[in-house]
Ligand binder design. Sequence first.
Ligand code: HEC
Ligand code: HEC
Length: 280
Amino acid sequence: MKSWKRVAALTLAVSAAAAGALGGTLIYLGWYDVSATKPHTIAVHHLMDVALARSVQAHSANVVVPDLDGPGRIQNGSRLYRAHCAQCHGGPGVAPQPYALGLNPAPAALVATARQRSAAEVFWITRQGIKMTGMPAWQYRLTDTEIWDVVAFLRVLPTLSPAQYQEGDDGQRPAAPAPAPAEHARVGDARAGRDALQQYLCVTCHAIPGVPGAWNYVGPSLAGVGGRPYIAGVLNNTPANMQQWLRAPGAIKPGTAMPDLGVTEQDARDIAAFLRTLSD
Ligand code: HEC
Ligand code: HEC
């Protein structure tokens, strides 16, 4: 081996060992923050997205997709979706349950997933679950036929309006808005608002510049939202109106696909303060 190559190899090995030792020490000292309220950095988020995408692609490559248009499939899938999935993933105009809002990573809005992923991939994820997230494996709870029924329903989910989705309602109700705690009101804090975006699943539906995981288009991109004249095309874009929109979009624009997420008054003030910073 040429001597420069040996030096390069040695330098790489020593740097890798040093990085590993440093990482290990930081973890051992308890400096790594495992709390669900602390978002991952953009880099870690991207890495996890790539790992998930590649793993799912590789493992679902040999899945054989059956006829998804068979009789009763979509109806049965709709029933199973409401019974087992909507609690975490929500539906058009329907928010997930409060416990699901606190998950990190946040459960995706499946209207977006159904467009982005193939039927084989959705089947594989639903059957196997995803490690280190709140996504359960359904293999031992649902038969393969039932999982395919859910996949068949997910294919039509993006075509359902909030009214159509809620018509087929069989017990699943929108989460009641959480009562605003009587805490000391303070002015909106943009930093706190940025953290709250993760906890109310805003990131699963909107593209928001600089926010990890927020690269979804179920709703409009929030880039430049602070500089727009109207909110959702119906309200003047003032801080007070923005808070109102965030707390009760359905009351302001009946039939909107943005669900009522039970945002508290203070969190709405903080998020509105953050959204003001998004003008370009
Ligand atoms: C306890 C909460 C919970 C339940 C119940 C749940 N999921 Fe999930 N799901 C998650 C979380 C958390 C993730 C991982 C984050 C992400 O990528 O969305 C996830 C991810 C997924 C994904 C991949 C999304 C993507 O775009 O990467 C699919 C597909 C999915 N779930 C389908 C289902 C189906 C179908 C059901 C019902 C049979 C279901 N989930 C029930 C929490 C849940
Ligand atoms: C389930 C998906 C979903 C979630 C979760 C969600 N939104 Fe939305 N959002 C939408 C959709 C769809 C619209 C378009 C509404 C319309 O025009 O009727 C929208 C509209 C908006 C608008 C108006 C944008 C404009 O161009 O006028 C803002 C601001 C907004 N959302 C912020 C948020 C924030 C902040 C959160 C978290 C508290 C959030 N959204 C959570 C789907 C969602």
